[in-house]
Ligand binder design. Structure first.
Ligand code: ATP
Ligand code: MG
Length: 649
C-alpha cells in the first residue's frame, strides 16, 4: 500500500465548508452528544411539524429498533423542490445528457421540476396510488425517473427502483415482493447505442403478477409497444391534462420513503427500507460536505438511480441542497472512451463521482481519451462501490484530476443510506485507496473477528462495525425484520455489522480491506482480497484482477487469481511467473499466488462489482451451487471461466 498522502491545498482548506478544525470539533460533538448534534443539524431541512425527540435507537439483540426525529413531520419532495422556488426557481435543477451525444441536452429548472413532479404525482393519484402504497420504477436514466421518485415522495407512496438492466423475472419478483400497485417505465431505453425494450420486459413480468397492477409508460423513443387498455397508461398524454399543482403530503419522519435491493454481491439481495426524515438530513448533509458543494456548482454522479448512490447522490441529497445535478443516460465508452470527459467539458462539471470499475475500464483504454478534453472545471473527484486500487486512484488523481482535485473515496452501503467514511476535501489529507475518516455521527469500531472484542489501538485490522445508530440507517428488511436482525446485528451483539473488513493504520485512518467473507487464510495469515488484487493491478500488463481462496492441502487456503490482461497483452507462462514474483515483492512471500487463471472478463453485479462468491465456487470446482445469480451482469463470463478453468497454473 502506498504511504503517500495528499493534503488539501491551503486555498481549499480556507474555502471549504469543513476544514480540519471544524471537522474535529463537529465530529467529537456528534459522537459525545448525538442528540444535541442531530437536533441541531436536523434543522437543515424544512419540517412541517418540528421534532421534539431526536434519537430513539436500540441495537439490542432481539429488539433492534431505530427511530430518528420520530415526532416530526415533513415532505421530501417539498424539501427537494418547493422550498427552493422563491430563491432559485429559474436555476437548473437537473441537466440531462442523453445517450447519443448528437441529441440535445436538457436543463430542467426548479420551477419546471415543480410542475412536472406535481403532474406525475397527480397522475399517480389518478391511478389509485395512496399514501403507503408501493410503486415500482423501472426506468432509464432520464429526468422522468427523478420525477417519478419525487412524485411518490410527494404523495407519500413508497418507491422501489429496479435497475433497468434487470430481466423481467427479477422485475416480476420485486413487483410481487412489495405488492406494488403501479409500475412506471418507458417504452424503450437507449444505452450505449443499443436499446433495451423496457416496456416489453414489464409486459413479461406482469404475466406473473396480480392483474390489478397498472403500468404508466413514459415515451422515451416513441418505439411501438404492445398496449393493454385499462392496464397501460400513457404518461405523456396524461401529463398534458394533469394539474401542475399537487399538495405535498405530511409524512412522519419514520414513514418509509423507499425500498431498495442491495447489489447482490454476497448473496440474495436484501430489500432495504429507508425512512423519510433521518435519511434526508444525512443524504443532504453528506452531499454538501463530502463534495464540498458550493452555490452554483455543477455536480455529476455517474451512478444509475437504480442503486442507492443514485438515490442519495443524484436525486435526494443534491436537490435537497438546491444543487444542479447531472443525469447521464449513457455509458462511459459510447461513442468512445472519452465520453465521461466530454460530458465534464461540455457542462463544466465541478464535482465528478464514479465507481472504480469504470475507472479501471477507462484506464485500460489509454490516457489520450482524457487528455483531449478540457477538464479544468473539475474540483473534486469521488469514488464509490468497491475498494479502489491505488493504481486506479493514482490514475484518477494524475490523469483525470491533473493533481489538483482531492479524491473522496466514500465507503458506505445501501443499508447506510449515506456516506459513512470518506475524507472531506478541505479537512483531510488523502491516501490512495483509503476511506480515511468517519463522517459526522458515524461511530466505527474495529472488532476482533473471533472474540468480537473491540480493538482499541492503531495499526490494526479486523471487522468493521458501528457502535451506534446514525439517522440514515436502514430501518428493516421489507417484510422480514428477522432477516434484518440476523444479517446485521447477530454476529457481533450490540453492534451493526457491515460485512466488510478494515484496517486502521498507524495514523488512525481507515482502509476497507474487502468483504469479511472474502478474507483468505493462508497458513494462518489472514489477508484481504483487496491487497493482493491491488498488487496485481499495479503491474503494467494487468487491467483487472479478482482473488479468492481455495482449499489447499498444506496451507489451508491457497490464493487463486483471476487476471484480465490489458488490451493486446499475450497471456504466457512467462507472464504468470512474472506476476508471481511481482506480488511476492509487492506484498511478501505469503501473498504469492498459487494459481493464476487468465480471465477475459470477470463476473460482476449489474452495478459493476466483482462477485467473488462465484469465483470462489469456480475455484473450488463447485459449479453446481453458484448461489443467487439474479444480479449477475453477463452470465456468459461465468461459463467461459468454468470452461477455461484448466487454463491455469
Ligand atoms: P449485497 O449486500 O447484496 O451482497 P453489496 O454489498 O455489493 O451487495 P451495496 O450496498 O451496493 O451492495 O454495496 C456496499 C458494499 O460495497 C460495501 O459493503 C463494500 O463492500 C463495498 N464498498 C462500497 N464503497 C466502497 C469503498 N469506497 N471502498 C471499499 N468498498 C466499498
Ligand atoms: Mg452488502
Amino acid at each position: 500500500m502506498s504511504d503517500k498522502t495528499y493534503p488539501p491545498s491551503a486555498e481549499l482548506a480556507a474555502s471549504a465548508h469543513i476544514n480540519s478544525d471544524t471537522y474535529d470539533t463537529m465530529y467529537a460533538a456528534s459522537i459525545s452528544d448525538p442528540e444535541a448534534f442531530w437536533g441541531e443539524h436536523g434543522k437543515r431541512i424544512d419540517w412541517i411539524k418540528p421534532y421534539t425527540k431526536v434519537k430513539n435507537t436500540s441495537f439490542a439483540p432481539g429488539n433492534v429498533d431505530i427511530k430518528w426525529f420520530e415526532d416530526g413531520t415533513l415532505n421530501v419532495s417539498a424539501n427537494c423542490i418547493d422550498r427552493h422556488l422563491e430563491t432559485r426557481g429559474n436555476q437548473t435543477a437537473i441537466i440531462f445528457e442523453p445517450d447519443d451525444p448528437k441529441e440535445q441536452a436538457q436543463s430542467i429548472s426548479y420551477a419546471d421540476l415543480h410542475r412536472r413532479v406535481c403532474r406525475m404525482a397527480n397522475i399517480l393519484e389518478e391511478l389509485g396510488v395512496r399514501k403507503g402504497d408501493r410503486v415500482i420504477i423501472y426506468m432509464p436514466m432520464i429526468p422522468e425517473a427523478a420525477y417519478a421518485m419525487l412524485a411518490c415522495a410527494r404523495i407519500g407512496a413508497i418507491h422501489s427502483i429496479v435497475f433497468a438492466g434487470f430481466s423481467s423475472d427479477a422485475l416480476g419478483a420485486r413487483v410481487n415482493g412489495c405488492d406494488a400497485k403501479v409500475v412506471i417505465t418507458a417504452d424503450t431505453a437507449p444505452r450505449g447505442g443499443r436499446k433495451t425494450a423496457l416496456k416489453s420486459n414489464v409486459d413479461a413480468a406482469l404475466l406473473h403478477c396480480k392483474d390489478t397492477v397498472k403500468c404508466l409508460v413514459v415515451k422515451r423513443t416513441g418505439d411501438q409497444t404492445t398496449w393493454i387498455d385499462g392496464r397501460d397508461f400513457d404518461y405523456n398524454e396524461m401529463a398534458f391534462e394533469a394539474s401542475d399543482y399537487c399538495k405535498p403530503a405530511e409524512m412522519n419522519a419514520e414513514d418509509p420513503l423507499f425500498i431498495l435491493y442491495t447489489s447482490g454481491s454476497t448473496g440474495q439481495p436484501k430489500g432495504v427500507v429507508h425512512t423519510t426524515g433521518g435519511y434526508l438530513v444525512q443524504a443532504a448533509m453528506s452531499h454538501q460536505y463530502t463534495f464540498d458543494y458550493q452555490e452554483g456548482d455543477i455536480y455529476w454522479c455517474t451512478a444509475d438511480v437504480g442503486w442507492v448512490t443514485g438515490h442519495s447522490y443524484i436525486v435526494y441529497g443534491p436537490l435537497a441542497n438546491g444543487a444542479t445535478t447531472l443525469m447521464f443516460e449513457g455509458v462511459p465508452t459510447y461513442p468512445d472512451a472519452s465520453r465521461f470527459w466530454q460530458v465534464c467539458e461540455k457542462h463544466k462539471v465541478n464535482q465528478f463521482y464514479t465507481a472504480p470499475t469504470a475507472l479501471r475500464a477507462l484506464m485500460g483504454q489509454g490516457n489520450e481519451f482524457v487528455e483531449r478534453c478540457d477538464l479544468s472545471s473539475l474540483r473534486i473527484l469521488g469514488t464509490v462501490g468497491e475498494p479502489i486500487n491505488p493504481e486506479a486512484w493514482n490514475w484518477y488523481n494524475d490523469v483525470v484530476g491533473g493533481g489538483r482535485c482531492p479524491i473522496v473515496d466514500t465507503w458506505w452501503q445501501t443499508e447506510t443510506g449515506a456516506h459513512m467514511m470518506t475524507p472531506l476535501p478541505g479537512a483531510h489529507a488523502t491516501k490512495p485507496g483509503a476511506a480515511m475518516k468517519p463522517f459526522f455521527g458515524v461511530h466505527p469500531v474495529v472488532l476482533d473477528p473471533q472474540s468480537g472484542e473491540i480493538i482499541e489501538c492503531n495499526d490494526v485490522e479486523g471487522v468493521l462495525c458501528m457502535a451506534d445508530s446514525w439517522p440514515s440507517q436502514m430501518r428493516t428488511v421489507w417484510g422480514d425484520h428477522e432477516r434484518f436482525e440476523k444479517t446485521y446485528f447477530s454476529d457481533y451483539k450490540g453492534y451493526y455489522f457491515a460485512g466488510d473488513g478494515c484496517r486502521r493504520d498507524a495514523d488512525g485512518d481507515y482502509w476497507i480491506t474487502g468483504r469479511v467473507d472474502d478474507v483468505i487464510n493462508v497458513s494462518g495469515h489472514r489477508m484481504g482480497t483487496a491487497e493482493v488484487e491491488s498488487a496485481l493491478v499495479a503491474h503494467a500488463s494487468v487491467a483487472e484482477a479478482a482473488v479468492v481462496g481455495y482449499p489447499h492441502d498444506i496451507k489451508g487456503q491457497g490464493i487463486y487469481c483471476y487476471v484480465t490482461l490489458m488490451n493486446g497483452v499475450e497471456p504466457t507462462d512467462e507472464l504468470r511467473k512474472e506476476l508471481r514474483t511481482w506480488v511476492r515483492t509487492e506484498i511478501g512471500p505469503i501473498a504469492s499466488p498459487d494459481l493464476i487463471q487468465w480471465a477475459p472478463g470477470l463476473p460482476k453485479t449489474r452495478s459493476g462489482k466483482i462477485m467473488r462468491r462465484i469465483l470462489r465456487k469456480i475455484a473450488e470446482n463447485d459449479y453446481g451451487a453458484l448461489g443467487d445469480t439474479s444480479t449477475l451482469a453477463e452470465p456468459a463470463v461465468v461459463d467461459d471461466l468454468i470452461e477455461n478453468r484448466m487454463n491455469k497454473a
